[in-house]
Design a protein around this ligand. Structure first.
Ligand code: AMP
Length: 295
């Protein structure tokens, strides 16, 4: 569950307008390498059929995707510069997401694994309200919602098992600069697991008293980092679902698979690179991560 969007993106490698994007899009595409996906979101009548076709081809079930007549799809416009670690938002047109009332199809109501991707935290709460408790629920957010609705995020956190966000957002949300202290503070709101995305510095996971730290795959060229965080999240939840386990060992491997898919996502604009990415390439990169971290 999350946003399905039309993005306009500018990076040092060029620009694209109104291309397929959204947190739930990247999440679903990445998760679909490991397990069937049920997507919950909303788009307007301006959303191209070709995008729906592409998502369906990837074994993503769209019964939970509302297509609202006479409405416009959520649009995000942003740019990247320098180390490309941070997205700068130029414009957010909430459009159809403004009054989105999720309608969870009957057959989705008892999920094993649930990922609440970045979207208005009140909508995340509404989705949780309509569902039976999953074996493992992850929630993501972003600076926009941390500024607008911190109390709503805290409410969501009382009901989820893991909180995933990037380093700057964790500091912003917790008010702590030190990541250990920040993670501990956030765990105090409910989730037993905190996963911190750190751009080209990799990712960290805090669980109880243990800390896991993974580098990012070293890349010479990044074309467009949009969706890296959500692809990471999709690979993470997809692998956990495939293994049907939330043991620490599995969560760590899930982070490596998430990082592997994210490292491909940034090699093209929008979802371009995920269109032709083969599972064998993901598996090969997972093995390369083993070499990268072996000592
Ligand atoms: P990331 O994985 O962090 O790069 O997320 C990229 C996606 O987030 C883009 O495709 C955007 O459409 C989407 N996005 C940007 N702002 C928002 C927002 N306020 N709510 C939901 N989705 C958003």
């Amino acid at each position: 569950m999350g946003s399905v969007a039309l993005d306009s993106i500018e990076s040092p490698s060029g620009k694209r307008e109104n291309i397929l994007g959204g947190s739930a899009t990247y999440l679903s595409l990445a998760a679909s390498y490991f397990s069937p996906v049920n997507l919950v979101s909303v788009v307007g009548s301006d959303f191209p059929d070709s995008h729906l076709e592409f998502l369906r081809e990837r074994n993503i079930d769209l019964k939970g995707l509302i297509i609202k007549e006479d409405s416009k799809t959520f649009r995000w416009q942003g740019y990247y510069e320098g180390a490309l670690n941070e997205a700068h938002t130029i414009k957010t047109e909430v459009n159809v997401l403004a009054d989105f009332k999720p309608e969870i199809p009957q057959e989705y109501q008892d999920p094993d694994y649930l990922f609440l991707a970045n979207i208005n935290p009140d909508i995340q709460s509404e989705v949780l309200r309509q569902l039976k408790k999953a074996k493992f629920t992850v929630c993501d957010t972003m600076n926009y919602w941390i500024t607008q609705k911190p109390e709503s995020i805290k409410k969501v956190l009382t009901k989820v098992d893991a909180f995933m966000l990037n380093e700057t957002e964790l500091r912003q949300f917790s008010g702590e600069f030190n990541l250990l202290k920040a993670a501990k503070k956030v765990m105090g709101f409910g989730p037993g697991v905190v996963v911190v995305k750190r751009g080209d510095s990799g990712a960290m996971m805090f669980t109880g008293n243990s800390v896991f730290s993974l580098p990012a795959y070293p890349l010479k060229t990044i074309i467009d980092p949009t969706g890296a965080g959500d692809s990471f999240g999709g690979g993470f939840i997809g692998y956990i679902c495939r293994q049907d386990s939330t043991e620490e060992r599995i969560l760590r491997k899930a982070m490596v698979y998430g990082s592997a898919i994210a490292s491909f996502d940034v090699g093209g604009f929008g979802t371009e690179r995920l269109k032709d990415l083969k599972f064998e390439e993901v598996e090969k990169r997972y093995q390369e991560f083993k070499k990268l971290t072996d000592f």
